[in-house]
Every structure is written in C-alpha cells, then in structure tokens.
Design a protein around this ligand. Structure first.
Ligand code: NAD
Length: 411
C-alpha cells in the first residue's frame, strides 16, 4: 500500500465514525494544489544535474498552509501528497491557525556538496516562489533539511518579494529563528512519551526505550527522555544501530555523531545491531524517528514493544497498524506525537510578524501547554469513543477542518 492510500484508509476509518458524507470526504481528500517542478543545477565539476521537486498544498481552511521540505532520494508525489494531508490534520489536532502542505526534492543528499545543496535549494525557490508566501504557504525543515536550508530559502525568496522572515520557519536563531525550534520535534516526542507513560501508570525510571533514527528528531527525543530518567537502550542511523541494555550515553552519542557527519558508526560503549533488530527489541517504548513504512505486515510479528510513539511520519503501514492494535499495543500517532516542530514553527512565524522574540524558557513552556491540551483531547476522545488514538486524532482533526470549511462557506 502506498503512502497516500494508507493515509486515506485512516481517514475513512475516522470519517465513518463521524458519519461524514461522501462529498465532504472528497473535498477533504483532494489537495488544493499540487506542483511538480524541474530543478536543474550545475554540479561543482561543471556537469548539469536535474532533480524533481514537489510542493503539495493540501488545505487552507484553518489558515496559511504549513509543512516541511524533505530532501531524500525516495521522495515522490504520492508521499508528499500523503504528508501534506497529515499536516492539515496535525495543525488542526494541536489547534494552531494553519492548514497543511509538504514539499520535497528527490535527491540523495550525501551525493551533493554543501554548495550544490545551496544551489538546489535556491533553484527550487526560483521555481515555486510565486505560490508560497507568509500568508499562503510556509515551508520548514524536514528530513534532509535544516536551519541552513531555511536561511537560503528566506534569502532567495526575499530577492523576489522583499524582506519576508515569515516565509519559512526553522531558521537559524541568529537569522530570525527562535530558540528551541531545533529541539522542538524531539522534545515534543519526549513530552508525549512521558504523558503516555503516566496515563499507563508507568514510571520513567522503570522504562526502557529504543529509538530508530538519530537525526534532529531522534537525537533530541533521546536526550529529553534520558534527562527524564528513562533508559535509552538503543539508537540508530541508516547504517545500523547501537544497543546497550545498561543504557546508551546519549550525550556521548550526540557528540560522536556531530563529529562524524551525523553518523553513529564507530561509537563505542554499545553492541552493533541492525535496524531490524532494533525494531524487534524487547523494550517498553519503541520510537521510530527515521523514515516512513518501517513497520510492515512482514516484520510486525517481531515487534515486542507495548508502546510505540510515532516520531517519524507514517512509520507503520496500515496492515501492521491493525495487527498491533488487535494485540493491544498503544500507538501514539504521528499527527500528535511529532507536532512539537510545527507548534514552535508557529511561535517563530507569529514572532517574525511582530519583530518580537521569546526566550527558550517561554518557548518550552508554551510548547508544553499546546501539546498537553492536544494530548488530553485525543486521549479523552479515544476513551470516550473506544477507538485507537490514531482514529481519535484523525476524528479531532477532521472535525476542526470541516467546521472551518463550513463556517467560511464554499461560494
Ligand atoms: P534527519 O534527516 O535529521 O534524520 C533522519 C535520521 O534517520 C538519520 O539518523 C538517518 O541516518 C536515519 N535514517 C534515514 N534512513 C534510515 C533508514 N532506512 N533506516 C534507519 N534510519 C534511517 O531527519 P529528522 O528531521 O530527524 O526527521 C525524522 C523523521 O521525523 C521524518 O519522518 C520526518 O518527517 C519526521 N519529522 C521531522 C520534523 C522536524 O522538525 N525535523 C517534524 C515532524 C516530523
């Protein structure tokens, strides 16, 4: 099952419980605009290389469209379409005044130099600048992109439209960014994990955690959870995983990765295992924080963790989701679990427009407040309607978007 088909299947499950008519479903499932562009760049050696870029603007019923920009070789229109729709639901679930969008370029980041990546990012802005904007669609970092790319986007967009810091979020703190944006998604994953444990009557100090992916999200989630007394026993990157039942030294792992092109290869103090073995570890909490579709019908029987926190987008395929649900596994869905990033992006964007900045304590405090409200709303709805947390989150998001659509009117 492809990504968008998977998202649609979750959507229909929630829409059935809401008795949503077919015409409204069609409206909710159709993207407002989908753009595919050619992005040619000159390589450092003088050759020309051509990449394909996408921007899908799914829905703006609740506000300007918002969503990350992903650089990864597996990016395609189907995946971007699916992620754009998840953004519409995510911003609605955490109740911030945005719609949903997503973008990406199909590129193997490690094959390009920093200068080539900068040319690629700027050429992409050249191709889409007239359909994005601080009140239209605001990109942000995602897999393979970070603060530096956002600075290039702001600069390139400014050449066409003048000074516009609110065109993009996740910028460097020194360039209209906000303290705490970089850690926000991982921190939010940590906050959500502690809330889930608390609802299940479990203590952090009795909890073991395995995290797949040690990039922005995985590393910050690992740091937060270790500081909260959880025992992080395994972490990984795309080359493999590190496992130590006594606990990984997360700060040592972060320092190692920072000094080794973000890789854990060669990290001491842990046994080397594969990513598949990490997913199958007998831990209390499993956090997939890398790519989509890592838990499938093929490997679901090997999954032992009773709690899964979806830090990555769409890490569990629907066939596997149904099996895990039957087994009573608690799954905190992506639209809630990784919403910390877009929440702090909203703070950044709002402040860019007021030329005012919060300090880190205030950002963390407000993040905690917004995420706590969303968590309680989804958890309570799930108990009230006796549905999995994913269905409850989709129901909450769909209802809020539908309400805004109806209030504004279609004519
Ligand atoms: P990143 O590029 O910083 O890190 C990705 C990590 O995953 C790296 O450690 C990489 O080695 C690893 N990885 C890649 N392919 C893998 C594979 N096949 N098997 C195992 N590990 C693999 O990306 P990120 O920003 O941390 O994003 C991770 C996930 O979180 C993505 O699904 C992204 O959509 C989601 N997300 C990110 C943000 C954000 O603010 N960055 C917000 C919401 C959701």
């Amino acid at each position: 099952m492809k990504a968008f088909e998977a998202t649609q299947s979750y959507f229909h499950r929630a829409a059935d419980l809401l008795d949503m008519p077919d015409n409204m479903r069609r409206l909710a499932l159709t993207a407002k605009r989908e753009v595919q562009v050619q992005v040619p760049i000159e390589r450092d050696n003088g050759d020309v290389a051509t990449y394909i870029g996408y921007r899908v603007q799914h829905n703006n019923a609740r506000g300007p469209m918002k969503g990350g920009l992903r650089f990864h070789h597996e990016v395609d229109l189907d995946e971007v379409r699916s992620l754009a729709m998840l953004m519409t639901l995510k911003t609605a679930v955490v109740n911030i005044p945005y719609g949903g969008a997503k973008g990406g370029i199909a590129v193997r980041v490690r094959d390009l130099s920093r200068r080539e990546l900068q040319r690629l990012t700027r050429k992409f802005v050249d191709a889409i600048h007239d359909i994005i904007g601080p009140d239209i669609d605001i990109p942000a970092p995602d897999m393979g992109t970070g603060a530096e790319h956002m600075a290039w986007i702001m600069n390139q967009y400014g050449k066409y439209h003048g000074f516009s810091p609110g065109i993009v979020t996740g910028k460097p703190v020194e360039l209209y960014g906000i303290p705490g944006r970089e850690e926000a998604t991982g921190r939010g994953v940590g906050i959500m994990t502690l809330k889930t444990l608390s609802r299940l009557g479990r203590k952090p100090q009795d909890t073991t955690v395995a995290i797949q992916g040690f990039g922005n999200v995985g590393s910050h989630a690992a740091k937060f959870l270790q500081e909260a007394d959880c025992r992080v026993v395994a972490v990984s990157d795309h080359t493999g995983a590190c496992y130590n039942p006594a606990g990984i030294g997360v700060m040592d792992a972060i320092r190692h990765a920072n000094a080794n092109e973000k890789l854990l290869t060669g990290f001491c103090g842990a046994e080397r295992i594969s990513n598949d073995e990490l997913l199958a570890l007998d831990v209390d909490v499993l956090i997939p924080a890398a790519i989509g579709g890592v838990i499938t019908a093929e490997n679901v029987d090997s999954i032992k963790a009773p709690v899964i926190i979806e830090a990555a987008n769409e890490p569990i395929r629907p066939e596997a989701d149904a099996i895990l649900d039957d087994r009573g596994v608690i799954i905190l869905p992506d639209v809630l679990a990784n919403a910390g990033g877009v929440t702090v992006s909203y703070f950044e964007w709002a402040q860019n427009r007021q030329y005012y900045t919060w300090n880190l304590d205030r950002v963390r405090q407000e993040l905690d407040r917004v995420l706590s409200q969303a968590f309680e709303a989804v958890w309570d709805l799930s108990r009230e309607r006796d549905t999995p947390l994913r269905t409850a989150a989709f129901m909450l998001g769909i209802q809020r978007v539908a309400k805004a659509t109806m209030l504004a009117g279609l004519v």
